[in-house]
Design a protein around this ligand. Structure first.
Ligand SMILES: [Ca+2]
Length: 149
């Protein structure tokens, strides 16, 4: 096939094929994550979240910023891994503040994406080469502790 093509054209064709393959794999990762997440939709906010009665320790703007960072981190295919700093900040919060970030995330992004923070985390996939494999179970344990899952 390539014998009929001249030098530059050959590289353009190879480049195009590689690009299509990369985009295809990316879309596959993205949509497989989405469909997996939509199956799970039950939340139990009534009995757990924020029940500890601790006072908030971060400001409203910090809550908004962190919710936005978590969303940005999971949105789309994560070829270059995840933002471990944002997740560590989230995990270091008190139950009350985790709940505030959770509620902020959901009020901002659940309507638009049909998925709560719990569902986003659940459906978030990884290449297996970054820190998400270790972050995800810890975040899910925290959600379980708060009876969000
Ligand atoms: Ca993602």
């Amino acid at each position: 096939m390539f014998k009929a093509l001249t030098g530059t054209t050959k590289y353009l064709v190879i480049g195009g094929v590689v690009l299509v393959l990369i985009l295809g794999v990316g879309l596959l990762i993205y949509f497989s994550g989405k469909s997996a997440g939509k199956k799970k939709s039950t939340l139990n906010l009534s009995s757990g979240a924020g029940a500890g009665g601790e006072a908030p320790t971060i400001s409203e703007s910090e809550v908004r910023t962190l919710a936005q960072k978590l969303f940005s981190d999971m949105e789309g295919a994560n070829f270059w891994g995840h933002n471990a700093d944002a997740w560590n900040s989230f995990l270091s919060l008190s139950d009350t503040d985790v709940t505030r970030v959770y509620n902020e995330f959901n009020s901002k992004y659940q309507k638009e994406t049909s998925q709560s923070l719990v569902q986003w985390v659940e459906s978030e996939t990884t290449t297996g080469l970054d820190s998400w494999d270790s972050i995800k179970p810890i975040v899910q344990q925290r959600f379980a502790k708060l009876k969000l899952i």
